[in-house]
Design a protein around this ligand. Structure first.
Ligand code: ZN
Length: 172
């Protein structure tokens, strides 16, 4: 299965709003979805969006299973969401560390809503609805940002909380 290299910050595609998927053509996304999955797993991502592998479509996926980049994160089953949107259920904002395969080696504390209701379609074209909180809600909000051309550094409020991964264990 092909591992696609992940686009890195600076590539204009990462700052472009992605297009809605035509759900009637969902079957034609099979390759894209499997490339996203292979690539996410290869680079130990907890989530990935289609624009990160150069596909300008509104598709995200995430899941956690013993991830060395997030060793303390609880397992989350794989979710594939097409045309995802979310509604805020708890607008408490939680500040926590976040990273991104497109911004390798860097982390920042980013504020995200605590609890959301995410909806869209799954990879078979069936409607998808899930309430997510805490880290899962954070991942969904991060991946949905990718679909709008937003990378996490543009959400940093306090640049004292912007760090190389190698320095995190020393100073935070
Ligand atoms: Zn990302």
């Amino acid at each position: 299965m092909p591992i696609i290299s992940v686009l890195k910050m600076g590539n204009p595609l990462l700052f472009t709003k992605a297009n809605n998927v035509d759900i009637i053509k969902i079957k034609s996304l099979k390759n894209t979805i499997s490339n996203m999955l292979d690539t996410m797993q290869h680079f130990n991502g907890v989530g990935i969006s289609a624009p990160q592998i150069g596909i300008n479509q509104r598709i995200i996926m995430y899941g956690i299973d013993n991830n060395p980049r997030y060793p303390n994160a609880k397992p989350i089953p794989l979710n594939i969401i097409i045309n995802p949107v979310f509604k805020v259920i708890d607008d408490n904002s939680i500040l926590d560390w976040e990273g991104c395969l497109s911004v390798p080696g860097l982390r920042a504390k980013i504020a995200r809503f605590q609890k959301i209701l995410c909806s869209g379609f799954d990879e078979h074209g069936k409607s998808f609805k899930k309430i997510a909180d805490n880290f899962e809600a954070r991942i969904i909000q991060h991946e949905c940002d990718h679909l709008d051309g937003i990378l996490f550094p543009s959400r940093i409020e306090n640049f004292k909380h912007f760090s190389f991964e190698s320095e995190l264990k020393n100073y935070f």
